[in-house]
Design a protein around this ligand. Structure first.
Ligand SMILES: Nc1nc2c(ncn2[C@@H]2O[C@H](COP(=O)(O)OP(=O)(O)OP(=O)(O)O)[C@@H](O)[C@H]2O)c(=O)[nH]1
Ligand SMILES: [Mg+2]
Length: 229
């Protein structure tokens, strides 16, 4: 897709079967384009919509349960977020499987990119008798939470509004998962050392880098070798 000036890139991420494509279609309608990610046969679906004078480009990332780089889909989703730096991530969360889905949400939040949560499958959650405190969820995740029923187009307007409010807000507070005192001391000192590399802090969330290095993540180590000089 040709780059347009002033275009805002937003990633759509979520676990498999959470309703990513449904929400993507709900927002973009027929304005879609399919290509492949470079060098692989995984489909890259992009589409756009206009919102109050803005052109918003959505990228439907492959569905993944987490963001480690074990599978090709995970690597693709993670590389996109790391290197393309979207203005925000719309995280499609299956409300009827909240706990399992939040595992990915935490990992997305830790990348330091502002999140908008589409709490999808609300009809299924309701029919199972789940009551979700969306305000509390939003407070804890430091993100907007919008209930949706994707296959019925419910929540579209609210989602568009939340997306715009997020990419327009330059003062979003990144999500922060507290790993407990012992780990936090190490994470903080590692982050301080990483801060000494200006090449690194310009391009990556140092908190994310510190967590990944602590996990002995091979890609984070590669980035450090390349950028950290
Ligand atoms: N009941 C209900 N069904 C939904 C909702 N949103 C999507 N679906 C249905 O759930 C199924 C999966 O939706 P998709 O949009 O294909 O999910 P996906 O996340 O793109 O799936 P993958 O790309 O395979 O990971 C489809 O049959 C949708 O019609 C919802 O809010 N409620
Ligand atoms: Mg899909």
């Amino acid at each position: 897709m040709k780059k347009e000036p002033g275009k805002i890139v937003i990633a759509v991420a979520g676990q498999p079967n959470s309703g990513k494509s449904t929400i993507f279609n709900m927002l973009t309608g027929a304005r879609q384009h399919v290509a492949n990610y470079p060098g692989v046969t995984v489909e890259k679906k992009t589409g756009f919509y206009r919102y109050k004078g803005d052109t918003v480009e959505l990228v439907d990332l492959p569905g993944t349960y987490s963001l480690t780089s074990y599978t090709q889909e995970e690597r693709i989703a993670r590389d996109f977020l790391l290197h393309e730096k979207p203005a925000a991530i719309v995280n499609i969360v299956d409300a009827s499987n909240l706990e399992r889905n939040l595992y990915l949400t935490f990992q997305l939040g830790e990348m330091g990119i502002p999140l908008v949560i589409a709490l999808n499958m609300m009809d299924v959650a309701k029919s199972r008798g789940f009551k979700i405190d969306t305000e509390e969820l939003a407070r804890q995740l430091k993100a907007s939470v919008v209930p949706t029923v994707g296959n019925r187009g419910k929540g579209k307007k609210e989602l568009e509004e939340a997306i715009a409010a997020t990419y327009r807000n330059t003062a979003t507070v990144p999500f922060h998962l507290d790993y407990g005192e012992a780990l936090e001391i190490s994470l903080n000192s590692l982050e301080k050392r990483l801060k000494e590399n200006p090449g690194l802090s310009e391009s990556y969330s140092l908190r994310w880098m510190a967590i990944k290095l602590m996990e002995n993540d091979s890609e984070a180590k590669k980035i450090l070798e390349k950028k950290g000089k």
